[in-house]
Write a protein of this length. Structure first.
Length: 455
């Protein structure tokens, strides 16, 4: 992508600075750090091919080892010890739109495969109560992105092409422990304790920005040209540490009906965010030029879920709310800024967001002692943005292979595969608002999960 000189310096400066989370312009009296880029809905959903194919509507119908990553309460009704593994491949396409410089517009893509979940769940009967413990690793927020943009500055005095190659790699992951208790025949209570730590769960991300100027500067007076080929490299490293609690409830078969009702609370917490910047170029070689310890206040979120079974079908609906107005970044001096906009928190109104997930599954397809469940779902997600909300839509479908019966009991294993399509149009204006920036995002994801049941 090529843009001519009118916007080169302005866009180049903002792209580099904003994409490395340090926005700066003449409108700001000093630089502030941004802890996240707003290309994800930040919805910390759980794992598993069943729920993924079901539109992620899983709060009231989780029935496997992945429950601890959704609502821990249903773990209490498991009857077998389980080990589970979940992997996901995602291809993201971003169609960039710079309103002041249409020549810069174009597609950027990133693809990656991630191990989203690995863990086990063990049912226990103690003191005449059924309970379950679970330990697992889970990847919760994806922070991968790649941009490659070229700018051409061309006039009577210079002809310089500037290439910016930006890459972000990493995620927010946790090492988690869950406990669930069957209080009565139809009431379950569960807790999940999530530890976010770079050394334990690999919770952190790195960002690399490579800049290269190639071209020449003309000396009209002496009729000569000076060739230029210079490069500059910025390497930023973030580590994310914190602890929070998920509290879940399940009311199964409400008033002896086929309806399940669930409720989930994800507690707010203060995360320690360590930032380090290294610089290579212009006489420096991999030099640490900045290091800071920040505090990131993560907001409260909660959800309610419903699941209703009729014949061989199960239909589910989940609703979530996240209070992003409490999402605050605090530096070592106590200054508070919005991680979404990079501006002072007092001038950055960020509204709460809502997510809706609807899913349906059919469990009546059998052949040769195998059950082949089929699932599909729709969802609507909101992502935080300044004075508004970015809107994402999507759908999913999936199927499973399970030897044995419809209720998944007394099986040796199950395999579930699901595909999801997610898109958002005219989103992420908060990243580079000074450049009238927006983008359209499309994501294609394939999820494969495996559960082994111990008889």
């Amino acid at each position: 992508m090529i843009v001519k000189n009118k916007y080169k310096q302005m866009i180049c400066g903002f792209i580099v600075i904003f994409l490395t989370f340090i926005p700066f312009s003449s409108a700001f009296s000093d630089s502030v750090k941004r802890a996240f880029e707003n290309f994800s809905s930040f919805t910390m959903l759980g794992s598993g091919g069943r729920s993924f194919g079901n539109g992620s509507a899983n709060l009231a119908q989780s029935d496997d080892c992945y429950g601890g990553s959704w609502n821990p309460a249903p773990l209490a009704i498991l009857e077998q010890m389980q080990i589970a593994v979940d992997g996901q491949s995602t291809h993201r396409m971003e169609n960039l739109n710079f309103g002041g410089s249409p020549d810069t517009n174009g597609f950027q893509t990133v693809s990656q495969f991630d191990m989203k979940f690995i863990g086990f769940a063990k049912p226990i009967k103690m003191f005449n109560h059924f309970m379950c413990v679970s330990v697992f690793y889970q990847k919760m927020v994806d922070l991968n992105r790649k941009w490659n943009i070229s700018f051409l500055e061309q006039n009577n005095e210079k002809n310089i092409n500037t290439i910016i190659d930006y890459q972000s790699e990493g995620d927010i992951s946790s090492f988690s422990m869950a406990y669930a208790l069957l209080l009565k025949d139809h009431f379950c209570f569960g807790l999940t304790l999530n530890f976010y730590h770079n050394s334990i769960a690999g919770s952190g991300w790195s960002q690399t920005t490579f800049i290269r100027d190639v071209g020449h500067i003309s000396d009209v007076e002496h009729d000569s040209k000076e060739f230029i080929d210079q490069s500059y490299l910025l390497q930023d490293q973030y580590s994310f540490k914190g602890v929070n609690l998920n509290i879940g409830f399940l009311w199964k078969e409400v008033f002896q009906s086929n309806l399940n009702v669930a409720f989930l609370v994800k507690t707010p917490f203060n995360a320690d965010l360590h930032f380090e910047r290294r610089d290579s170029g212009y006489g420096r070689e991999n030099t640490i030029i900045e290091s800071e310890n920040l505090t990131l206040k993560m907001p409260l979120s909660f959800g309610v879920g419903f699941a209703y079974k009729f014949s061989s079908f199960m239909i589910a609906l989940d609703l979530y709310k996240k209070q992003w107005e409490d999402f605050v970044l605090i530096d070592e001096s106590g200054k508070k800024t919005s991680p979404i906009t990079g501006n002072p928190i007092e001038t950055s109104p960020i509204p709460s967001t809502f997510n809706y997930q609807l899913g349906i599954g059919y469990y009546g397809m059998k052949a040769n002692q195998y059950l082949f469940p089929i699932r599909c779902g729709l969802f609507y997600e909101e992502s935080p943005a300044e004075n508004s909300k970015d809107k994402y839509w999507g759908g999913s479908m999936g199927f499973g292979i399970t030897p044995g019966s419809e209720n998944f009991i007394r099986n040796h294993y199950s395999i579930d595969i699901a595909y999801q399509y997610r898109f958002g149009n005219n989103v992420n204006k908060s990243i580079l608002s000074e450049l009238n920036f927006s983008e359209d995002i499309q994501e294609h994801s394939l999820n494969v999960s495996f559960i082994y049941y111990f008889l």
